[in-house]
Design a protein around this ligand. Sequence first.
Ligand code: ZN
Ligand code: ZN
Length: 460
Amino acid sequence: MIRTLFAATLLATAAALPAQFSPQQVASLRDAALNDTYAFDITEGLTTEVGQRMAGTEAEARARAWSVAKLKAMGFANVRVDPFTMPVWVRGAESASILSPFPQKLAIAALGNSASTPPGGLEGELVGFDSLAALEAAPDSAVRGKIVFVSHAMPRTEDGSGYGIFGGPRRQGPGIASRKGAIAIIIRSIGTDYHRNPHTGVMNFPDGVKPIPAGALPLPDSEQVQRILKRATGPVRLRLQLESTKLTNQQSGNVIAEVPGRDPGLPPILVGGHLDSWDLGTGAIDDASGVAIAAAAAKRIMDAGRPLRTIRIVWFGAEEVGLFGGLDYRAKYGKQPHYALIESDFGADRIWKVDSRLGEARKAEAIAIQQALQPLGIVPGALDETEGSDIGPMVADGQPGVALKQDGTRYFDYHHTPDDTLDKIDPVQLRQNVAAWTAVLAILSGGIDPPAELNRRKKR
Ligand code: ZN
Ligand code: ZN
């Protein structure tokens, strides 16, 4: 009875951002989520019934239709697709062989936006560099008319920071090689596994730079090439076939669903991941698990009661090939304030740290989040930092956010390879993610206002 009266008082004074969930309720929602089945169900369904869903293709369109049906079936409101158009690169036949001095086949995959070789491929002399810096320092005469190979030393790290620093050969390498007159480039995959799986990924040629064929070798093949280059007494010749086609104005879109808040005038909380994947695997860790974690946590809050603030689920389209979905969302809604932006796009392994940037006025809320996550083994991180890929442009605009940092130790063993498949998802770690997200959403969606509000509740 007292509870009912209290709830009525809360509704009447919604503008004061009253607490919806007490710390005890947050804890019980969090702990119940350790038995979550929604996230695995979404991850399994999307990767099984759709599989790979390359941005802008009919496969991604099927993924959108699957997602709309799934989110409606889960009971979310305002389920819709925000469409946009984009250019699409489509992989064709690929192969690579050393012709001399030690003839042999290599495993290879083209990088997204690679130029196509002529049908059947091209041949050329291979010139190797141990790093992007070494390629940059080389005189054009050492590269002109040749096929460039670039290695690097990406380490395995928990926070995945190697990807930013050592991703240069993929992101900038093709442009630098082309500017120096190379006819093609192959790189050591931006990855950490010693399987013969190449890691694809996007790159772009700067304006005015002629696109050339660009591919990635698995780590074993990459080190084989280094040994061959070192041992050869004459030129090393390579045959390279990286065929592809480019289409303009293809359809993609963001899938959006909501848990409507009690006060629709308040800024929404955006939770999401990206729906598209690369074409080599089935996009389980990148990023079916991410969209699944976000939706599972929102579903658990919805089942617990109507939150004060709207939770908006966004399954972004076309992230992999250039953040098209994130930029489209920002163009349409980015001027509106959001209460927080949260994105999951780093696999499904456990969350180990929480960063946030909610602003000085909301420090108590940020501390409440840190405290609620500690029982899950999550360490408190920065209070002035947040990040994400699709939400990145809006984070840069200054919108507040929370970053739940996942363990990336094994992420780059599978990332953008044929090995990104459902069996790589550890259900126990996936559920820890859902528990952490549920706790964060419970705090943010109710607008907990400690300590005054909580003390008042205790007295009652
Ligand atoms: Zn991703
Ligand atoms: Zn990716």
